[in-house]
Structures are given as C-alpha cells and as structure tokens.
Design a protein around this ligand. Structure first.
Ligand SMILES: Nc1ncnc2c1ncn2[C@@H]1O[C@H](COP(=O)(O)OP(=O)(O)O)[C@@H](O)[C@H]1O
Ligand SMILES: [Mg+2]
Length: 346
C-alpha cells in the first residue's frame, strides 16, 4: 500500500522505491511510518505525509496511523556500496581537470606531458586518468600491464598509484585488459572514475591532474560536482569545429551549478613542424584560433603545443616528450610554469 504513494515531483516513483520509508513501527493497532526527506522544509512533505496516512487507513481497516518525518541526507545519488570520502585528497593542494570538448584533440597527450613537466620543475604531481572510455595513460607512460597494489586500511580499500618519471599515475586502464573495450555507461562509469580518484592514496601532492573523458555529459557534471576541483584547463586544436566544442566545455565549467574557474586554454597542434625543418611552422589548422578563443572568453592561453611527430612517437613509446630537453619538452615546461602561475593568481 505504501507503493501507492507516489511522489509528485519524481515521475511515477513511489516513496518505497525512492527509499523514503525510513521506519515502520507497529504497536497494537497503531502503525507509525517515518518518512525520510533529503532536506528540511521539503515543500511536498505535508502532501506526502497526508497521502501516506490516507493510504494506510484505506488499506488497513480500523488502524490508527501516524506518519512522522525526519531529515536524512540524500544518499541516493552516491554510488551504491561505495563509501568514498575525500580523505585521500586531504593533502592534495590543487586538483586540475584537463578537459576538451571532443576526443582526439590531444587531451591525454597534454595531460601526461603536463604532469611530467610539473614534476620536472619540482612540483609533486599525480595524474588520474578518468577517461573511462579510452584510458591512454598506461600506454603513454609505459606502465601498461602493471597492476597497482590495493590493500585494506581499516574497512576501506585503498589503491596505491604507480610511480614513474616522478609522477604518481592512476588509470582505469590498469584494471582492464587493453583489448577490452570500456563501454561502461551512466552510474557504473561514474563509480569507476570516482574510485580512480577517491580511493587512491595520493599522499602529498601539489598538483593532481585529472584527464577527463571527452565531451560534456552527465559524467562530467557528476565528477565536477563530487571532486573539489581547483579549476580546469581546456585543450583544443585550432580548427573551427574543435573550437565550437570548446565553447561547450567552457559553458560546462561556467554552468551555474558548477562554477569552476577555467585556468586557461592549451592550443594543441597549433602548428606543424617537420622534423627535418625544425625552424619552420606550418599553420595547417589556421593561425591563432586559440588566441582568438582565449580573447572571446576572457580566458588566458596557457600554451601552444606544436604538432610534431616526436610527440606522437614518444606517446606511443611510453616516454613522454616532456622528459626531453628539446623545444617540445620545453613547450610543456613552459605550460607547466604558466599553470602554476595561474593557480597562484586564483
Ligand atoms: N602535439 C602533438 N603532436 C603530434 N601528435 C599528437 C600531438 N598531440 C596529440 N597527438 C597524437 O594524437 C592522437 C590523439 O591524442 P590523445 O592525446 O590521445 O587525444 P585525446 O586524449 O584528446 O583523445 C595520439 O596519437 C597522439 O599521440
Ligand atoms: Mg585521451
């Protein structure tokens, strides 16, 4: 009968399904039902109390019904079975989301190299690969096939990040075989990626970068909602299409319910430099798209990374270009310095 009491603001769902029935007590012919509400002064509380009482009286002749209310924090949106707090992030100074409007613009390349460059200039750095659909950190860092250690700390399961090139790495890719397509959706993807961040013993860090999945969907909203991001860096290529996607990315972080500072843009593949002509710059995607975008949104252009074969190759080989002392390595170091500065100025 309690199944008959529908919540008018929650579609057809009833108070049982919604987990609102906190307690049922029976004493002689008196039935007391306690309904839990997620917040104080719920505008529908009175209505639901009334209809619950009516349902009880209607279905059980001769009883005396009482309906009480209590306030309980909404737990329905938290992943079932996961009890993840923010303890593991307690000693992390800045959490930076690396985002892009669409895939293939070099978000992971930039995130991995930026992490290595931050470590190179002395910052304690970690990177969480939250791209549950296409985790590329294991490959780009040459840590494929390694298995992070997991252990119990009290009643909590913790995962140790892998360490290489002076950076702490974590990726969903360590837990799935490379040929296994990760086609998780909705809550499962959300859980997995929150685990990649909240269950990891990061220890003391100056920067934790998060390689976010491409796009601007529910996962992002949920991630940005639950993880205390300092701000975001948006990666784009100079093409008009990519820039249109950037707009979505910008709007996502500026969304009323999110409001996270965008620390800057990174224009990837800003120009092409062939290995044999290292002084030449060919603007194959058009010139200064990133600068125009930066101006349009009042967001600084933190850095420009050229399209060079060695960046792709070093990614494929698991030895990020940012380790090198060449001009590309320097471009990432410069980007790292700019980011550190942007964070200081917040
Ligand atoms: N600046 C660059 N120069 C050369 N190749 C690049 C550059 N940035 C990215 N790539 C290559 O482009 C492909 C896509 O990059 P990736 O970082 O995986 O993109 P995303 O994470 O946005 O999907 C990869 O093969 C990568 O090596
Ligand atoms: Mg990627």
């Amino acid at each position: 009968m309690l199944f008959d009491v529908q919540h008018p603001a929650k579609g057809d769902r009833n108070i049982v399904e919604l987990g609102m029935v906190d307690k049922i007590e029976i004493d002689g012919n008196k039935v007391t039902v306690t309904l839990a509400f997620p917040k104080h002064r719920d505008p529908l509380a009175e209505y639901l109390v009334g209809s619950t009482k009516a349902a009880l009286v209607r279905h059980i002749p001769g009883i005396e019904a009482e309906v009480k209310t209590i306030v309980k924090e909404d737990t329905s949106r938290k992943p079932a079975g996961l009890n993840l707090g923010l303890e593991e992030l307690a000693n992390v100074k800045h959490i930076i989301g690396v985002a892009s409007g669409k895939g293939g613009v070099g978000k992971s390349t930039v995130a991995v190299n930026l992490a290595v460059a931050l470590a190179r200039i002395g910052y304690k750095t970690g990177l969480a690969d939250a791209d549950v659909y296409g985790p590329s950190v294991p490959k780009m860092t040459g840590t494929e096939g390694m298995m992070p250690e997991a252990f119990k700390d009290g009643d909590k399961e913790v995962i140790m990040p892998l360490e290489k090139y002076g950076v702490k790495w974590m990726s969903i890719g360590y837990f799935a075989r490379p040929e296994q397509a990760l086609i998780w959706r909705g809550p499962m993807a959300c859980n997995a990626l929150k685990q990649m961040i909240l269950q990891v013993r990061w220890g003391e860090l100056d920067f934790l970068l998060i390689d976010m999945p491409p796009g601007t969907g529910d996962i992002h909203i949920s991630l940005v909602h639950d993880i205390p991001l300092t701000g975001a860096v948006i990666v784009s290529t100079p093409q008009a299409v990519a820039l249109a996607d950037v707009e979505k990315g910008v709007n996502m972080f500026r969304n009323e319910s999110i409001r996270k500072p965008i620390l800057g843009f990174v224009e990837n593949m800003a120009w092409f430099t062939p290995a044999e002509l290292p002084e030449n710059r060919y603007y194959i995607f058009g010139k200064d798209g990133g600068a125009r975008m930066a101006e349009k949104y009042g967001i600084p252009l933190l850095g420009q990374i050229p399209l060079v074969q060695s960046i792709r190759e070093s990614g494929d080989e698991g030895e990020p270009e940012a380790l090198s002392s060449g001009p590309e390595g320097e471009a990432f170091v410069l980007l790292a310095e700019k980011l550190a500065e942007a964070v200081k100025n917040l």
